[in-house]
Design a protein around this ligand. Structure first.
Ligand code: FES
Ligand code: FES
Length: 160
């Protein structure tokens, strides 16, 4: 079986898997990293949203063979370490606004939100309502209005 190597939450890892296995299954089933959730498997629900090289992506749609040893994958488990804290400011905002209901979609929501704020920061501008409209992660529990409030608060705490 082929061996694949990449950085996961700050550590270089190697894992054996067939080339075409999607990264979501490698993370969840082979590496025990279960923050990224399985919803649709076809890049629609975005419950698996994580970061690759700092940007949002959906590991349900990436074959593990496409990762290079230098690629850095960050899941919700590794998000706090990116700011050297116990919880990332976006997670703190989530708690403050009591966003989660069943919680299933929420890791993906937070990872999408952080990536969106980073994107606005990189472009040297404030987060806008249009940015919030672009967050299309599905929540069956309908927590969307609380998500918007939390993302705005989290963005401020991220300095955006
Ligand atoms: S499981 Fe990845 S987008 Fe739905
Ligand atoms: S909190 Fe239940 S699916 Fe979003």
């Amino acid at each position: 079986m082929p061996t694949h190597s990449f950085k996961l939450n700050g550590k270089q890892i190697s894992v054996e898997a067939e080339d075409n296995v999607r990264l979501l299954w490698v993370l969840r089933d082979l590496l025990g990293v279960t923050g990224p959730k399985y919803g649709c498997g076809i890049q629609v629900c975005r419950s698996c949203t994580s970061h690759i090289n700092g940007k949002a992506f959906n590991p349900c749609s990436v074959p593990v063979k496409d990762l290079d040893p230098t690629d850095e994958v960050t899941t919700i488990e590794g998000l706090p370490a990116t700011v050297g804290q116990d919880l990332h400011p976006m997670q703190e905002a989530w708690l403050k606004y009591d966003v989660s209901q069943c919680g299933y979609c929420q890791p993906g929501q937070i990872m999408a939100a952080v990536a969106k704020v980073r994107q606005a920061k990189a472009e040297g501008r404030d987060l806008t309502d249009a940015d919030l409209d672009e967050l299309r992660n599905i929540c069956r529990c309908g927590t969307y209005s609380r998500i918007r409030e939390a993302v705005k608060a989290g963005a401020e705490d991220m300095g955006a």
